[in-house]
Design a protein. Structure first.
Length: 531
């Protein structure tokens, strides 16, 4: 009889996972941990309690959709305002025109479902590139997961269906290309030039990458001075110049850059638009950002001591931007989180190096090493799942309209006749929604704060607060209907005026009209103005 040991030795060995994945079809069909992270991020962010509708908490996407449809219909970008009666025919830059076309085309193809699915996928891809950049740096998987989740949590402040989702993804990819070139020079670095061409026409955040390249050039010059080699600094200076030059290829030419810079430098914008103000560390996402910022500053000091000047300057520069403006927090996370993770991983490695392999720390460390390769590849499964979502209906609760808890959806539907035949005063966000529902209806002000500027913007603020000249402003602009939050100062003042009457009041929103305005039955909605 053959001994069992001999039988076992004769039995063919089971193929290893590496051997299986050496085949192209296996790599395509077997899901990776990177795929699972992408799908988990998509489910965690957009298939939970608030669902896909959370991406529509800001109605700016409403006028982006209608602008995109205008471009598709007229085959040209607008050069004058399309939506207001307060600045009729004034020059206007649709500086995110390519995003508008994408959103407008998706809306025509699949309604709001197409818009939120695309935005959600872009955000999940951003989260996935973040953790993959950490693994690429050799970061312990457990550390990478912790920092990536904190980074994604910090960035949720801007997880909205707006053009800036493209900046989040493109910035992460572009910084990765730059990081790879710093490790080993490659011609792939010049891919940044066509990326910048597309990015410029998607969102004004392209300036962030120009800044990152500029900081990298300065850092390389400092490092080059230390080792007496200026070649890399010259290379990055040429790359920065090429990327900056290609941004002039847009429908508005240099006028786009002038407009964006004026917008970013505006003291009025910084004082009245919430997303341009400094962060307030009072909610969960801001506390997560605070923790990463603290560790990030420690990381910057360690990097500068090791003469990794570029990375140290990146952290300091984008930390400064994030403290000056909430909208730059996701930018800081995108650039700094992999650097922070690498530094924390070095601390973890120093601690676990002394731990026995069979200790909890040693076991966790070995698990992280074994699982890390699963984050270095992708399969077809993310594309398959996204396609399935695109073709699905229930139970994913795809939005058919904006959320009624935030916008006057039912009230507008119930009182459409009065509102559409009126000179309406409403909040800037509700005006965004009105543009989406009825783009032919002109508004006093909407979310385009860069277009309206301080003249109209300050009038709007004085009206909303019931300022000293509110009556003169109401008469000047010939408002005969007001749709406002019920607890707003102006709505309380109008209720006391005999010439105004309440048309509808649902406890959150109130519709008022001058007495000569036709009045129909009540309907139904609230947030405070963003200005």
């Amino acid at each position: 009889m053959t001994p069992p040991q001999t039988i076992a030795a004769l039995r063919p060995a089971a193929p290893t996972m590496d051997a299986v994945l050496s085949h192209r079809w296996a790599r395509l069909l077997i899901p990776s941990l990177s795929d699972l992270f992408f799908l988990a991020a998509l489910a965690w962010l957009f298939m939970g309690v608030y669902g896909w509708t959370a991406l529509l908490a800001d109605a700016d996407v409403g006028w982006h959709i209608r602008t995109g449809e205008y471009i598709l219909d007229h085959h040209r970008v607008p050069y004058q305002d399309l939506y207001s009666f307060s600045k009729p025919g004034a020059p206007w830059y649709a500086w995110e025109w390519l995003s508008d076309v994408i959103f407008g085309g998706l809306h025509r193809l699949a309604g709001l479902k197409g818009v939120v699915l695309t935005a959600g996928v872009a955000i999940a891809l951003f989260a996935t590139t973040l953790i993959r950049r950490m693994i690429w740096r050799g970061v312990n998987l457990l550390v990478a997961m912790l920092v990536a989740l904190l980074g994604v949590g910090s960035s949720t402040v801007h997880f909205l269906a707006r053009p800036h989702v493209f900046t989040l993804l493109l910035l992460s990819v572009s910084i990765w290309i730059l990081e790879a070139d710093r490790r080993r020079e490659s011609s792939r670095i010049w891919w940044l030039v066509p990326i910048m061409l597309v990015w410029t026409n998607l969102h004004g955040g392209f300036l962030v990458m120009i800044a990152a390249l500029g900081v990298a050039t300065v850092g390389e010059a400092i490092e080059g001075r230390l080792i007496r080699d200026w070649s890399r600094a010259i290379r990055y200076a040429l790359l920065t110049a090429a990327c900056a030059a290609v941004t002039l290829v847009n429908p508005y030419g240099f006028g786009l850059h002038r407009h964006v810079l004026e917008y970013l430098r505006s003291d009025w914008i910084r004082s009245v638009v919430q997303e341009f103000q400094s962060p307030s560390f009072r909610n969960e996402s801001m506390l997560q950002f605070e923790g990463l910022l603290f560790v990030g500053l420690m990381t910057a000091g360690a990097l500068l001591r090791r003469r990794q000047v570029v990375e140290g300057l990146w952290i300091l520069f984008f930390a400064y931007l994030s403290l000056s403006s909430v909208r730059h927090i996701p930018v800081f996370i995108t650039v700094a989180a992999p650097l922070i993770a690498a530094e924390v991983a070095s601390w973890w490695k120093a601690w676990t190096a002394r731990a026995p392999k069979n200790s909890p720390a040693g076991i966790l460390d070995q698990m992280a090493i074994d699982l890390a390769p699963g984050f270095r590849r992708s399969s077809a499964w993310p594309a398959v799942v996204v396609l399935a979502l695109a073709c699905s209906g229930a139970p994913f609760h795809w939005p058919k309209d904006f959320p009624d808890e935030i916008f006057p959806v039912e009230m507008l539907r119930a009182h459409e006749a009065e509102i559409l035949n009126a000179r309406l005063f409403t909040t800037d966000q509700w005006a965004d929604y009105l543009i989406y529902r009825h783009p032919e209806q002109k508004v006093f002000i909407d979310g385009r704060s860069d277009f309206y500027g301080p003249e109209i913007g300050n009038q709007y603020l004085r009206l909303m607060s019931g300022g000293w000249d509110w009556q003169k402003l109401m008469e000047k602009h010939k408002f005969d209907v007001a749709l406002l939050p019920v607890d707003n100062a102006l709505s309380q003042l109008l209720k006391q005026r005999p010439e105004w009457r309440v048309v509808a009041d649902d406890g959150k929103r109130i519709l008022l009209a001058l007495r000569h305005t036709p009045v129909l039955p009540t309907g139904n909605l609230s947030p405070e103005p963003r200005f």
